[in-house]
Structure formats: C-alpha cells, structure tokens
Ligand binder design. Structure first.
Ligand SMILES: NC(=O)c1ccc[n+]([C@@H]2O[C@H](COP(=O)([O-])OP(=O)(O)OC[C@H]3O[C@@H](n4cnc5c(N)ncnc54)[C@H](OP(=O)(O)O)[C@@H]3O)[C@@H](O)[C@H]2O)c1
Length: 249
C-alpha cells in the first residue's frame, strides 16, 4: 500500500532531512513551510533523486491556525491518503527573562505550542475518519526542565510534550498513535549560533534516527537515544537546589 507523510517546517533542518529520508523509504510526501520557493527547490532535488515519489508542497504558516486544516486536507486529497503527520515546524526566539523580549517569547509559544496543537487537531480530524494513522510531535529535551536563557522555548516544548501525552489517550479510540520525539542537539540553523552544543549530530544522522523511531511507532523517545535517555532522566530527577546552580546557554 502507498504510504504518505505530511511534514510541517520542511524547508530546513530536521523537516527537510526527514523529507529526503522518507522519500528514500518510499513514502509520498506532503511538505509545508512558510518559504514556498525553498520548498520548490527541495521538491526538485528530491524528485531528481527519487523520481517515482509523489511530492506535494503547500505554503503554510503554522500560526495561521485556521489555515492548517485547509492545507492538510488539500495535501491529503492530492496524495490520496495520510498515514503519518509530523508536527515539526518550530523556532526559538527565546532570550533570558528580563531582556524585554516578550515578542520573541510570544512567537516561540505561538509557533511551537499553539501551531503544533493546531496541527495535531487538524491531523486527528482527518485520520479519525479512517480509524488509523500516526501523529508525531517534534518536542525537545529542553522541555524536560526549564533551561535558563531559553525559558519560553523550554516552556513551549514542555507544554507540547504534556499535550501529546494527554492527546495519546484521547485519540486511542480513533486508532491514532501519537509519537513524541525529543531531539538532543542536531546540527541545524536553529542552534548553529550556539557556542555549546553537547553531543551534536549531523542532520542526516538525526533524520535517519527519527525516521526509524517513527516507523517503530514508539510512544516517546530521545533522538539520539544515547546519551539523551540518561541525561534526560538525570535532568528530570535532579533536585531543584542542584538545577538552580546549572546555567546552560
Ligand atoms: N535542531 C535541534 O537540535 C533541535 C533540538 C530539539 C528540538 N528541535 C525541534 O525540531 C524542529 C525543527 O527544527 P530544526 O532544528 O530543523 O530548525 P530549522 O532548521 O530552523 O527549521 C525550522 C523549520 O520550521 C519552519 N517554521 C518556523 N516557523 C514557522 C511557522 N511559523 N510556520 C511554519 N513553519 C515554520 C521553518 O520554515 P519556514 O521558515 O520556511 O517557515 C523551517 O522549515 C523544531 O520544532 C525544533 O524546536 C530541534
């Protein structure tokens, strides 16, 4: 059977690399992002490598919440079905609290949390009719604990992870599976200006790991699993008085 995947935020980084990775795995692709011209050139490159793969593209700003169901329906109709939806679009305009960056905080929450929630809801509306499907949220290890210097980004990802955990039980009755991916550091424009990127991996390697985790229909996982499953557990259980001494920037 033909399997199709829609990926938001597919014009760069993890979303773009996942598009190549799933094309390699034989999936039909629905790709969205704000920059349609960039999506067009990605579509062309994937077509050159994988001429038999169907690739549909649509411009979509995930903060344009009412447009999300319209675009996802259009892509699903063009592809013929929707098996996997990846809510990947994200950004970080976080700065240290007190730097007068409320607009950056708002954009981060509106994109990473509300944009992802609106994407998941639209995906569920499509998939519940067929009583099957998988929805993937790209969260972050930054959601495990409040990261100084990135409070709103941390909050957006903690919020998304908790939302996905609750959604998992809500949508079980529709035959929909929810997967939460928590990347560590994957080399993409979102973090390329950071001085410290512990255990960073290439985006191609990151996409291959994430695609395997998606196909394995895991519930929640770090990408890569090691060392983040250990570091993540330590992050979660460290007492507050220890965490208050740690400043990761
Ligand atoms: N790289 C990492 O180490 C890492 C770690 C943890 C979590 N993540 C998460 O992984 C996801 C992908 O990030 P990335 O690392 O691949 O960063 P990236 O290279 O900067 O890509 C971000 C993607 O999101 C899209 N996007 C941003 N704002 C959008 C909006 N309002 N509407 C629609 N699309 C939007 C961008 O496309 P346009 O600008 O064309 O719209 C772009 O395609 C994000 O959710 C991020 O938080 C990344």
């Amino acid at each position: 059977m033909n399997r199709n995947i829609i990926i938001t935020g597919a014009s760069s980084g993890i979303g773009e690399a996942l598009a190549f990775e799933f094309a390699k795995r034989g999936y039909g692709l629905g790709l969205t992002a704000r920059r349609l011209n960039v999506l067009k050139s990605i579509q062309k490159k994937i077509k050159e490598q994988y001429p038999n793969i169907q690739i549909e593209i649509q411009a979509l700003d995930v903060t344009d919440y009412s447009k999300i169901p319209v675009v996802l329906k259009k892509l699903t109709n063009a592809l013929g079905s929707l098996e996997i939806l990846v809510a990947n679009a994200g950004m970080s305009a976080s700065q240290a609290v007190g730097s007068g960056n409320f607009e950056g905080d708002r954009a981060t929450i509106e994109t990473n949390l509300l944009g992802a929630i609106a994407t998941v809801e639209a995906g569920v509306q499509i998939m519940k009719k067929g009583k099957s499907g998988q929805i993937v949220g790209i969260s972050s290890v930054a959601g495990f604990r409040g990261i100084a210097g990135a409070a709103s980004y941390s909050a957006s990802k903690a919020g998304l992870s908790v939302y996905l955990e609750a959604a998992r039980n809500d949508v079980k009755e529709f035959g929909i599976h929810i997967t939460t991916i928590n990347p560590g550091y994957i080399d993409t424009p979102i973090n390329q200006k950071r001085k410290v990127r512990p255990f960073v991996i290439t985006v191609e390697k990151g996409a291959a790991i994430i695609a395997k985790q998606i196909e394995g229909r895991v519930f929640e996982v770090c990408a890569p699993v090691f060392p983040w499953v250990i570091l993540g557990t330590i992050m979660k259980i460290l007492p507050g008085w220890v965490w208050r001494r740690i400043k990761v920037r």
